[in-house]
Design a protein around this ligand. Structure first.
Ligand code: C2E
Ligand code: CA
Ligand code: CA
Ligand code: CA
Length: 279
C-alpha cells in the first residue's frame, strides 16, 4: 500500500532523484540559455489607488525553454540562488529593463519607474552595486526610474548588511523597497532601522477575497497606518478582487499590484497598458 514504509521511501528517493536530474539539466543549460536570450522579462503594472493610474511596474523573469515552454521563476530561481547563477541573471534582467526604459525615453514617452528583484546572493559582494550603476549609466537611465526590491527574509539573516546595502542603493539614486513584508521573518521594530522608500505587503494578506474578516482587515489597516507614519509608501501585492481594492482605498493604501489590475505580461502588452492613457 501507499503507506508502507518501503513505498514511501522509494517515492521520496524517486522524487529526490527527479529533482537532482532537473537541477543537473538546468545547470548544464543555464549559460547557453542566457546567451540564447531564453530568459524573458515580463512586467506587472502597479496602479495608484487615489488616481487609478499606472505608476510603475515590476520586472519578473520567465524561462522560455525551447522544449518545455514558459517556465515560472519559482521553478528555477531557488536553484539559481543556491548555485550563484542568480547574480548574472538579475543583472541580465536589469539590463533588459534599462534597455526598455531607454527606448521609452527616446520615444518621448514618460516611463513609470520599474522595480527589479535583488537576490540575497549579491549582498556577499561589497561591490554588488557597481555593475548595476555601470549598466544604468550605459543606457543613461535617470536613477529615479529604477527601484530595487529586497526581500524581508533578508532582515533576519544580516540586518547590518541590509542597512548598508540600502544606503548604497540610495546613494546611487535608486529607490528601494522591502518586498514580501509581513511574510513572517522580521519583527516590527526592525522597521525603525530599515530606511526603505516603499513597503510591499505580502500577498498572504490577501488570501480571502471578500475581506470580511475583521481581524484580517485590522491587521492590514494597522500596517498601512504604521508605514505611513514612517513616511514610507505602500504597495499591496497579490490583490485579486474588487472588494479588496475598495477596502484598500478606504484605508489609504498608496498602490496595488495584483491580478485585479493585471497579471505579469510581455513588454509590448505592458507598453500598451501604461502608455495608453498618456497617448
Ligand atoms: P515576488 O518578487 O514576490 O513577485 C510577485 C509574485 O506574485 C509574482 O510571481 C507575481 O506574478 C505574483 N502575483 C502578483 N499578483 C498576484 C495575484 O493577484 N495573485 C497571485 N496568485 N499571484 C500574484 P512570479 O512572477 O511567479 O515570481 C515569483 C517570485 O520569483 C518573485 O516573487 C521573486 O521572488 C522571484 N523572481 C521573479 N523574477 C525574479 C528576478 O528577476 N530576480 C530574482 N532574484 N527573483 C525573481
Ligand atoms: Ca518582488
Ligand atoms: Ca520575493
Ligand atoms: Ca512580493
Amino acid at each position: 500500500s501507499k503507506n508502507h514504509p518501503f513505498y514511501r521511501l522509494t517515492f521520496f528517493a524517486q522524487a529526490e532523484h527527479q529533482r537532482m536530474l532537473k537541477e543537473k539539466d538546468m545547470e548544464n543549460r543555464m549559460e547557453e540559455a542566457l546567451t540564447n536570450r531564453e530568459f524573458v522579462v515580463y512586467f506587472q503594472p502597479k496602479i495608484e489607488l487615489k488616481s487609478n493610474r499606472y505608476v510603475g511596474g515590476e520586472a519578473l523573469v520567465r524561462w522560455l525553454n525551447p522544449q518545455k515552454g514558459l517556465i515560472p521563476p519559482d521553478e528555477f530561481i531557488p536553484f539559481f540562488e543556491e548555485n550563484g547563477f542568480i547574480i548574472k541573471l538579475d543583472l541580465y534582467v536589469f539590463e533588459c529593463v534599462c534597455q526598455h526604459i531607454r527606448i521609452w525615453l527616446d520615444a518621448k514617452l514618460t516611463p513609470a519607474p520599474i522595480s527589479v528583484n535583488l537576490s540575497r546572493a549579491h549582498l556577499n559582494n561589497p561591490h554588488f552595486l557597481d555593475n548595476y550603476i555601470l549598466i544604468q549609466q550605459k543606457y543613461n537611465v535617470p536613477p529615479h526610474l529604477i527601484e530595487i526590491e529586497i526581500t524581508e527574509s533578508l532582515l533576519s539573516e544580516n540586518l547590518e548588511t541590509v542597512i548598508w546595502a540600502i544606503d548604497k542603493i540610495h546613494n546611487a539614486g535608486f529607490t528601494c523597497s522591502l518586498d514580501d513584508f509581513g511574510s513572517g521573518y522580521s519583527s516590527l521594530n526592525m522597521l525603525s532601522s530599515i530606511n526603505v522608500d516603499v513597503i510591499k505587503l505580502d500577498r498572504a494578506f490577501f488570501k480571502s477575497l471578500d475581506m470580511e474578516n475583521d481581524r484580517e482587515r485590522a491587521i492590514i489597516e494597522t500596517i498601512i497606518d504604521m508605514t505611513k507614519r514612517l513616511k514610507m509608501r505602500t504597495v499591496s501585492e497579490g490583490v485579486e478582487s474588487g472588494l479588496q481594492l475598495e477596502f484598500l482605498k478606504t484605508i489609504d493604501c498608496d498602490m496595488v499590484q495584483g491580478y485585479v489590475v493585471s497579471k505579469p505580461v510581455p513588454v509590448n502588452e505592458f507598453e500598451k497598458m501604461i502608455f495608453k492613457e498618456r497617448g
